[in-house]
Structures are given as structure tokens and as C-alpha cells.
Design a protein around this ligand. Structure first.
Ligand code: FAD
Length: 284
């Protein structure tokens, strides 16, 4: 598998990146870790005459942890997240999710920015970011703008990002309460058959707030407000769990593929969501 010929650029600042994007339009694409884009180029599913490597652009590799919020630069890798003890202390769901992505080789290269910008329904971080109610910061010829993760995904590989914009960071409030990222995959290193991201808060014995997002069960990640609503105000007992699963199943729209038929995927989604809520609740 050999990709079509392409020009390779390695600018050292964002102005240089934006200038090449502006000059070549649709024919140019940025590359971060390359672990989604290069395979697609080799399979000739992506034709990229002008490839812009972001690796030398400064200021995109920081993890900033404030008292209320966290900002993660686009070039931070999944391995960086796993290794950051301070981040794990304040937002442990990130490490739990990152550890379930692919294998160590991929995680050393795969970036947060590439994972969320890609638009692949199989990527784990878009659902995670919807669960955290994150904001994506994009920079383009007209400057910077923020887009909510819950509004970013339009269809498979289609997002709110314009072709001449680069995602520079993701930010979110320091999460509260119990957490869980639960994923079912056919084998180690595989994309999810179904995955669930949960943050849940407990007040006394009652659920006071919760966020639920599902991965690889539709063209886009699914933030299920209805699943959350079925849990708030309950003691997260069996009836509430069943109601949350039923509400989530109304929101997803899986299709048959090599991971299984629709009925199987819905069954797995229900099992995974129930497990994720139970784990998060026990940790709250
Ligand atoms: C064998 C294998 C198994 C994998 N399994 C999983 C898995 O289980 N779960 C999972 O989530 N991922 C998985 N991945 C994907 C991996 O996590 C990728 O690294 C990730 O999806 C993309 O990150 P990247 O930095 O490699 O992006 P790249 O491949 O460099 O880019 C991906 C896309 O995003 C665009 N892009 C990249 N960065 C930016 C940016 N800053 N701004 C705008 N656009 C940008 C590129 O133009 C391209 O279209 C797997 C990959 C492999 C090879």
C-alpha cells in the first residue's frame, strides 16, 4: 500500500500552517500523529497532495490544569495523557479512556487533536469530550473561535471545522463526581463495538447530575441527554438503570458492519452503559 505522491511541509508556526492551507484549499490537509491519516492515504481513501505536518508548531503540546478548568493542546498524545499524574488526579476518566485506545505504539503518536478532529465515529475521544462538555478551539484566517464538542460532529468525517481551520486545543471544566469509560471491543487494539463515557454526581444517596455519551453507535458520537435525565433524582437503582438504557437506545442509530448486526450492537450498548453507570456511581 503506497500513497499517491504528495508535497510534505513542516512549518514552525501556525501562521505558516494557515498560509499553506489558504494557498492550497481542499488539496491541503494537516497531519498530527498520522495514525489515522497515513493509513487512509495508503489505502487511497484520502488524497492529500499537500501534507502539512504540525509536529514543529510550538504551543500545541501543553496540558494546563487550573483550579476550575483544564486545557489540552492539540498535539498532546494519548501517551502524554496516560503519563500525566496531575491530570489523572483531577480528571481520571481521560487516562481510563486513553488506556483503551489501540496499543502503546499508536498511543505514542495519536494526538487528542487528531482524535477529535478526525470525525471517525470509532474514535474514543469525541464521545469522551461530549461527556465532559468540552469546548474545541479552532484557529483560521479569521482568528480563533470555540465550538462545543456536543455541536461539533455532523456526520461521519464531517465536522463543524472548516477546511482552512486547525484545532488548537480542547478545554473543559474540572469534572466532578464518579467517572467511567467502559468499552467493548472484539480484540485488544480494536475500535469500540460500543463504548460509554459517564460522569455522575451523588448528593446523599441520590444522583444530582450526570453526563452520558456513547461511541461508535451512530455516524457521530451521541450525547444522550435523555439517558442522563432518567438517572437524575433517583438512587440509580435497577429501575433507573433500565430507564437510562432504554432512553439511550432511542438516541443511537447503529448500522451493521464487521462488528456485528444492529440487534447485537444495541444489546452490547445496553450492557456497556449499565456497567459504566454502575462503576461511576460506585466511585461517586
Ligand atoms: C491500529 C490502530 C488502532 C486504533 N484504534 C483506535 C481506537 O481504538 N480508538 C481511537 O480513538 N483511535 C484509534 N486509532 C486512531 C488513533 O487514536 C489516531 O491516532 C487518532 O484517531 C488520530 O490522531 P492522529 O494524531 O494520529 O491524527 P492524524 O492521523 O494526523 O489526523 C487525523 C485527521 O485529523 C486531522 N487533524 C489532525 N490534527 C488536527 C488538528 N489539530 N486540527 C485539525 N485537523 C486535524 C487530519 O487532517 C486528519 O484528517 C487507532 C489507530 C490505529 C493505527
Amino acid at each position: 500500500m503506497i500513497p499517491a505522491a504528495f508535497e510534505y511541509y513542516r512549518p514552525t508556526d501556525m501562521a505558516g500552517v494557515l498560509a499553506i492551507l489558504e494557498e492550497h484549499g481542499d488539496d491541503a490537509r494537516v497531519m498530527a500523529g498520522g495514525h489515522s491519516l497515513i493509513p487512509m492515504m495508503k489505502l487511497r481513501m484520502a488524497d492529500v497532495p499537500h501534507l502539512i505536518d504540525l509536529q514543529d508548531v510550538g504551543g500545541l503540546s501543553d496540558i494546563e490544569i487550573g483550579s476550575d478548568s483544564i486545557r489540552i493542546g492539540a498535539l498532546v498524545t494519548q501517551a502524554d495523557i496516560i503519563d500525566n499524574a496531575e491530570l489523572t488526579k483531577v480528571a481520571p476518566i481521560l487516562r481510563e479512556a486513553a488506556l483503551q485506545i489501540a496499543d502503546p505504539q499508536v498511543r505514542y503518536m495519536g494526538t487528542v487533536g487528531g482524535n477529535v478532529a478526525n470525525g471517525d465515529p470509532g474514535n474514543d475521544m469525541p464521545g469522551l469530550m461530549q461527556c465532559l462538555d468540552a469546548t474545541f478551539t479552532l484557529v483560521g484566517p479569521d482568528g480563533e473561535r470555540d465550538v462545543a464538542a456536543r455541536d461539533f460532529y455532523e456526520a461521519a468525517y464531517m465536522t463543524e471545522r472548516e477546511d482552512d481551520e486547525v484545532l488548537v486545543a480542547v478545554s473543559f471544566a474540572v469534572p466532578r463526581g464518579g467517572y467511567c469509560y467502559e468499552k467493548q471491543k472484539r480484540k485488544i487494539g480494536d475500535y469500540a463495538t460500543a463504548a460509554a463515557a459517564i460522569q455522575i454526581e451523588k448528593d446523599g444517596g441520590t444522583c444530582s447530575a450526570v453526563s452520558v455519551a456513547m461511541t461508535n453507535l451512530s455516524d457521530t458520537p451521541i450525547y444522550s441527554e435523555a439517558a442522563g435525565a432518567a438517572l437524575v433524582g433517583t438512587a440509580v437503582d435497577d429501575a433507573a438503570l433500565k430507564a437510562a438504557v432504554a432512553a439511550m437506545l432511542e438516541d443511537i442509530d447503529p448500522s451493521e458492519d464487521n462488528k456485528g448486526p444492529v440487534a447485537f450492537k444495541k444489546h452490547v450498548a445496553g450492557v456497556i452503559l449499565r456497567r459504566a453507570i454502575e462503576s461511576a456511581w460506585a466511585r461517586a
